[in-house]
Every structure is written in structure tokens, then in C-alpha cells.
Design a protein around this ligand. Sequence first.
Ligand code: GDP
Length: 407
Amino acid sequence: MEILILAVVIALVAVGAISGLVVSSRKKKQLPPTAPPSTPTITAPPAEPQVGEDAAPTAQEPRRTIEEVVLPDAETALESPVAVEDPVVGAPPAPEIEVPEPTAGRLVRLRARLARSQNTLGKGLLTLLSREHLDEDTWEEIEETLLIADVGVAPTQELVDRLRERVKVLGTRTPADLRALLKEELVALLGTDFDRAVKTESGVDTPAVIMVVGVNGTGKTTTTGKLARVLVADGRSVVLGAADTFRAAAADQLQTWGDRVGARTVRGPEGGDPASIAYDAVKEGIAEGADVVLIDTAGRLHTKTGLMDELGKVKRVVEKHGPLDEILLVLDATTGQNGLTQARVFAEVVDITGIVLTKLDGTAKGGIVIAVQRALGVPVKLIGLGEGADDLAPFEPEAFVDALIGD
Ligand code: GDP
């Protein structure tokens, strides 16, 4: 009997051991493959359970701890190739970052865009000066040509006086002599001692801050975007502030420019407070350690006081972070005298440090460069020569005059 009981006990123990082995081996099989965390941790949202599917894990599936999910067994992780999870379905593809073309020599590349000014101003003057007899009528025609090209009354008078004097001294006039003379005088009129570089260094440990002002429609937002590209092309990092909250599409437009070159755009609600957006943009620029913060503003010329209140506030609020490094005024070259009137109003409201003349590709009135500099005593720093992304060029008097009168 004792032997029988012992045999039964041994048999039970043996069965228990075998079933234990089976269970433990099943458990091992049930262990889910460990997946390493996919970085960045963009994960698809959990799929909604379908009708008829069990939403809760089944009783057989062991629950994994956070450590098991996030910190997998290093060996398994190395051995098993794991499919990287797809990013969120429907998320827009990351914008492709463009590499803007370098700024050096842009004006030379774009010189053909000045064709209209070239024909009216440059070639017109050379033809007149080449006449055999430079009588009073011819000098009057020269004067007219300059005025039509928007050079302005005082600079025109100065130029004509200088040309008359020098032509008299010159004696015989070969086309090459005339060209050289005209080039010298036009370059002198444009001024060679202005500092035309856009200030992109603040001199302290914070970003340079550039505010872009001008009447809406002049190409202000486009210029701000193009300028971001110019700066990126020159190796600077940029943050954009979309403080033109008046024009509905301005912030989207600016952000598109920024996205193309990988520059962050700080924006607020439509109709929001431009000053607080500008302030936040500079704050973001400081936090990011950016080189330059570019602030696009609204240019509503309703009344001078209104403009002064708006721009003055943006300026004051931004300057809580430190002084502004540049205030660029954007002017549409095709608007002629009207542009000059705008320029004067803005100059009374803020201290303009540089002028950007846009749409010089669409006008025969390239002389506006001379007139506007005279009117404000501030240099033209950049010129817009088309709607293309890289059609903004640093202004160089010599290259500009070469383009006008031909090499
Ligand atoms: P904003 O209201 O002053 O911000 O004006 P936008 O930046 O929206 O520009 C108004 C229009 O002028 C747009 O169609 C631009 O493409 C165009 N524009 C801007 N700069 C130039 C330029 O240099 N040449 C030409 N042809 N068009 C330009």
C-alpha cells in the first residue's frame, strides 16, 4: 500500500513537472517581440476598435510594463530588424528645405531685368550726348530724360551742370569717353560712401533685429521672405515675425517663405496685436540663438497718426529686448512721386536706416533710386528685380549704372 501511494505521488509530481514545462514554454512563445523605440517618437494614434473586435487585451495576453515597451532587451533589439513605424497618417510631408543662391553677383545676373530703365535712361542719355552739336535743345532733352526716369529735380540739375562742364573740357567725344564720363557722374550721384550692408549683427549676444515697413502692396512681405533667403544664403539663421496682422494672407505668405529655407515663423491670430507678435518673435530668436529676426509689419497709410501709433508701438515693444538694428522701408519703384511721398511719411514716423526698392524690373524709372536716397538721406540697400525667390539683389551703384548704360 505504501508502495502504491508512493507510486501515485511520484506519478503526480512527474505530470505536474511536464505540464509546468509546457506552460512555461508557452509563456515564452507568447512573449511579444520587443520593439526598440522609434525616434522621433511620432506614433500613429491607436486604431479605433472595429465592431466585433475585442477592445481590451485578452486574458491570455500578458500585459507589458512600460519598461518592457520602452526599454527592450538590448540583445533582442539588436538582433531583430524592426519595422519603423509610419508617421501619423495624413500629416503633411515635411517641407523640402531649399538652398538659396548666393547673393554675390546677383545684380549682374539680373541686369537684363533693368531693360526698361536701360532703354529710357541709359541708352537715351548716351544717344543724346553723342550728338554732334550739343546745343541748348539737346541739353533740355537730356534734362527731360532724367526727369522722366524719376531722377528728381535737384539731382537732375546737378548732373546736367556737371556733364556740361566735363563735355566742354573733353573736346572730342568718343562713345567710350562719353560712357566713362556718364558712368562716373551717375555713380557719384548715387553716392559711393554709403554703408549699404544690411546690418545682421547686433554686436551683443542676441540676434540682430530688422523691422520691415512700407505701404501694403509695395512688396513688403515678399521682400521680407526674399531677405530671409538672402540671409540664409549668407549663412545666417533667421526667425520671422509675422506682425502684418492686417492683411489676411500675410502670415501664411510669410510662413511659406520661411518654411522653404527652414526659418521659423512666429505668428498670432488674424487681427491680433502686431506689437506682441513682434515681441514674441524676438523672444523666440533669442531662445533659438538665431542670428537675425525679421519682422514684417502692416503698412496702413490711413493717417499719419494711426501709422505712427502702430509702428511706434511695435518699435517700442520690440526695443524692450534691445535696440532695433535696421528699419528697412520697402518702396514700389513703379509708383514714382507717390512712393516719395510715402517715404517721407514713414521717415517721420520711424528712423529708416535703409531702403528697398521693389519692382525695378517693371519700370523705366530707375532714376527713383537717386531721388529717394536724396529725399531721405538714407541708402538704397536692396533692389527687387522680379517675383522669383532669388530676385532680390544687394544694391551696388557701379553694377547698377553698368546695367543702365551697358558695358
Ligand atoms: P505687401 O502687401 O507689401 O506685403 O506686398 P506683397 O509682398 O504681397 O507683394 C505684392 C506683389 O508684388 C506680389 O505679387 C509680389 O510678387 C510682387 N512683387 C514684390 N516684389 C517684386 C519685384 O521686385 N518685382 C516684381 N515684378 N514684383 C514684385
